[in-house]
Design a protein around this ligand. Structure first.
Ligand SMILES: NC(=O)c1ccc[n+]([C@@H]2O[C@H](COP(=O)([O-])OP(=O)(O)OC[C@H]3O[C@@H](n4cnc5c(N)ncnc54)[C@H](O)[C@@H]3O)[C@@H](O)[C@H]2O)c1
Length: 389
């Protein structure tokens, strides 16, 4: 897709753009970083300089100054005309992204690939703003791009099929782990991971357990690195809640993805989580975090309920061919650091057991939210495991 001597353009020099620019430059490309905000450009230049120097001091990089020379920071779209790949990472707004893609296409050379780092918008709708939509693709990096190996590669409806393989090869050459996903809301990770937050919130709202106990159950008994409430506080409710709401709307209000008022109120209060000092938990100095009730029977029920919902989501994504089994597993182990792939988890627990948990919830609540995937039902009936490789 791209030779080392070809340049990469990065549009938007915020958290994601600066990180993607760093990855591309370390991989050997010249990188043009474009932003329409000069202060943002300056900040990203300073941050990149400091980061590369620090990496050199730690012995992780031999040639920080050589890599720094590969960057051009610009507020002029014309400077992107020498690039063979442009990755857009500006504000998450469809109209604004469509405008920039239409403008980029006018500047870019004929064989330049145009990629978007959108996390929740339709790549197809972004591509539709272009005269040559076949050269548009989604490359969804995770935060922070230099540290997170996963990249979701998302062909739009219009994307030239050959571009998918080329994009995957390029990501591998940048040291990334690409997975291919269909252009549906949330792609893989932001779709499959939703119950980790949503079901935990539901369990809390029903008064089945407090937040600390749910977090304890998921970490101690489930093996997750962070409990759902601690994780939502870490991500920030301005990001996590908005993704949930977008996914819910984009799925035509499927109750499986329904947002929670508990989280919405936090956002309204400005209690965004760790970054504002308060979210579900209070992070003010001297404030002790609440203690969990370490009841293993209750904890196991909570953990199995959340895990069953996650497995159902992954099995349904497999059934609907959103991604291959292997890519679904890579996405959750590398994108959200789950202790194991959800399809493997389904095999380990056995589909019949997962189905039993879901059917019992479905019967208890009578809600579509708990409907089991047809594939899960088939696997349980045939006593089959999922073939992952
Ligand atoms: N932050 C994350 O965790 C994360 C993860 C994956 C994907 N994304 C996606 O990446 C994109 C960028 O997110 P971010 O967190 O880096 O945002 P950010 O707010 O940190 O940075 C966005 C940058 O884009 C610039 N910008 C905005 N509109 C512009 C325009 N019209 N022309 C040129 N520059 C413009 C802003 O000045 C800013 O510097 C979004 O689409 C987001 O959904 C974010």
């Amino acid at each position: 897709m791209l030779q080392k001597n070809q340049a990469v353009g990065v549009v938007g020099s915020g958290a994601m753009g600066a990180g993607i620019a760093q990855v591309a430059a370390i991989a050997g490309h010249r990188v043009v970083v474009y932003d329409n905000n000069n202060a943002a450009l300056q900040r990203s230049e300073q941050a990149l300089t400091a980061t590369l120097q620090k990496l050199q001091e730690k012995g992780k990089l031999a040639n920080a100054s050589e890599i720094l020379e590969r960057f051009t920071f610009s507020n002029n779209l014309n400077d992107l005309s020498e690039c063979n790949l442009i990755i857009e990472a500006i504000v998450e707004n469809l109209q604004v992204k469509q405008q920039i893609f239409a403008a980029l296409e006018k500047q870019a050379c004929d064989d330049c690939v145009l990629a978007t780092n959108t996390s929740s918008l339709s790549v197809t709708a972004i591509a539709a703003a272009c005269q040559q939509p076949e050269r548009v693709i989604g490359l969804h990096f995770f935060n922070p791009p230099p540290l997170m190996a996963l990249v979701e590669v998302i062909p739009a409806l219009q994307t030239a099929p050959a571009l998918v393989e080329r994009a995957k090869e390029l990501m591998v050459s940048w040291g990334k782990l690409p997975v291919v996903t269909r252009d549906t809301p949330g792609f893989i990770v932001n779709r499959v991971a939703r119950p980790y937050y949503g079901e935990a919130l539901r369990i809390y709202e029903e008064g089945i357990a407090d937040m600390a106990t749910i977090d304890w159950a998921m970490t101690e008994l489930g093996g997750f690195r962070m409990g759902p409430f601690a994780l939502m506080d870490y991500i920030g409710h301005d990001v996590n809640y908005v993704v949930t709401e977008t996914v819910f709307q984009s799925f035509f209000y499927d109750p499986r993805y329904k947002p929670s008022f508990t989280q919405k109120r936090l956002l309204e209060a400005g209690w965004l989580g760790r970054k504002s000092g308060r979210g579900f938990y209070n992070y003010a100095e001297g404030t002790a975090l609440p203690e969990p009730v370490k009841d293993e029977v209750l904890g196991t029920q909570i953990m199995e309920r959340v895990v069953a919902m996650l497995i159902n989501e992954a099995v349904e994504a497999l059934y609907l061919k959103i991604a291959s089994a292997k890519d679904l597993e890579t996405a959750v182990t590398k994108g959200v650091n789950y202790p194991k792939g959800l399809l493997q988890w389904c095999n380990d627990l056995q589909a019949a057991r997962v189905l039993q948990i879901l059917d019992s919830l479905h019967q208890q609540y009578g809600e579509d939210r708990y409907r089991a995937s047809v594939l899960l039902r088939k696997l349980a009936r045939d006593e089959q495991g999922i073939s992952i490789d």
